[in-house]
Design a protein around this ligand. Structure first.
Ligand code: SF4
Length: 342
């Protein structure tokens, strides 16, 4: 039996507790100290204008739509200051594929942030980088070098969805295909930038295609070695063109996480997606292969409210991690620990 077939057999048929035990043993082997990390950061979506038309996306607005926006540098700077004031160590900056923004704007924005509001910038997912390359007639390496030269620190794994072109063409036909997504990660890693990786499942892919996605990530990691972590979550179909698609359940999430821990044997860290699965499944996920509680992302309303609201949330997160039997520690994007916290 091929390795992919073995993983598929486990994914589909192993008893849940057996799968959990296998994944938990892998997690313990890598993280025997019982530490579960998390990061405090802020999500900044610099524009919602997008021409990619992904069927699963509720965020974007077509050009000329009344609700389309592009944030000003000052607005972005203010959001960074608010985030830093309550402990954020990075921003996650992503946006739509906006055909009206010139390339210089992105470079000026990165320079502005580094000069006026310095913080780690985790930004521009592979599909955005590919959009820039196409639109501005540059190679991926040229885009990556220019962004890095202007201040970009690392690249998020957004837009990975399922790295199988049959599936990508069904739901996000105008966006980077599998090889293009991986090409950006390869380029980033060659330029000594660390990146994360993702999987959004429930798009109509088969279980075998989920396994194929994981194997593609592992092969890329073997080639370029710059992925810090992997995170998966199910499609959230509400308010999208895919509304009405069947929602997957918590057991599917836990099985998917566990099989990812077994397949991704050259990845150090697996993150919990409590944002989509809720805190209780998040706690359980720490026994299905995950060793990181992901991001304590600040919501607009939380940030503009008093800092105490956030502190309570951070405390709750640490309380949940402790409740699951682990020691919570704050980290940075590269998984170095923020010692003064926790
Ligand atoms: S590229 Fe991003 S913003 Fe645009 S439609 Fe797809 S998921 Fe939404």
């Amino acid at each position: 039996m091929s390795e992919a077939a073995e993983l598929l057999e486990l994914y589909e048929h192993a008893p849940l507790i057996e799968l959990a035990a296998l994944a938990d043993a892998e997690r313990r082997r890598r993280h025997p100290d019982g530490v579960v990390t998390y990061i405090v950061d802020r999500n900044i979506n610099y524009t919602n204008v997008c021409v990619a038309d992904c069927k699963f996306c509720a965020f974007y607005r077509r050009p000329k739509h009344a609700e389309g926006y592009v944030l000003s540098f000052e607005e972005i700077g203010r959001k960074i200051d608010e985030a830093k004031a309550i402990g954020a160590v990075q921003i996650l900056m992503q946006g739509g594929h906006n055909p009206y923004i010139p390339f210089e704007w992105y470079l000026d924005l990165l320079r502005y942030i580094k000069q006026q509001h310095p913080i780690h910038i985790h930004g521009f997912s592979p599909s955005e980088v590919q959009f820039f390359a196409r639109r501005f007639r540059m190679t991926v390496d040229q885009v990556v070098e220019a962004l890095q030269g202007a201040g970009l620190d690392s690249i998020p794994g957004g837009g990975g969805e399922i790295l199988v072109d049959r599936v990508r063409r069904l739901v996000a036909g105008k966006k980077a295909l599998t090889a293009e997504w991986l090409e950006v990660m390869d380029s980033a890693h060659r330029h000594a930038m660390r990146t994360t990786s993702t999987m959004m499942y429930g798009l109509g892919e088969t279980n075998a295609e989920r396994i194929e996605h994981l194997i593609r990530l592992r092969e890329q990691q073997a080639r370029s070695g710059g992925f810090t972590a992997f995170i998966c979550w199910p499609l959230q179909p509400e308010h999208t063109e895919m509304a009405g698609s069947p929602k997957t359940d918590a057991v599917t999430y836990l099985r998917t996480l566990a099989i990812a821990r077994l397949a991704l044997d050259n990845f150090d860290n697996l993150q919990v997606s409590w944002v989509t699965m809720g805190m209780k499944i998040g706690q359980i996920a720490l026994r299905f292969g995950a060793n990181d509680f992901g991001s304590l992302m600040m919501e607009e309303s939380v940030v503009s409210a008093a800092g105490t609201t956030f502190q309570t949330t951070a405390e709750e997160m640490e309380h949940l991690i402790r409740g699951a039997g682990f020691t919570p520690v704050r980290r940075r994007q590269d998984y170095t620990l923020v010692q003064e916290a926790a």
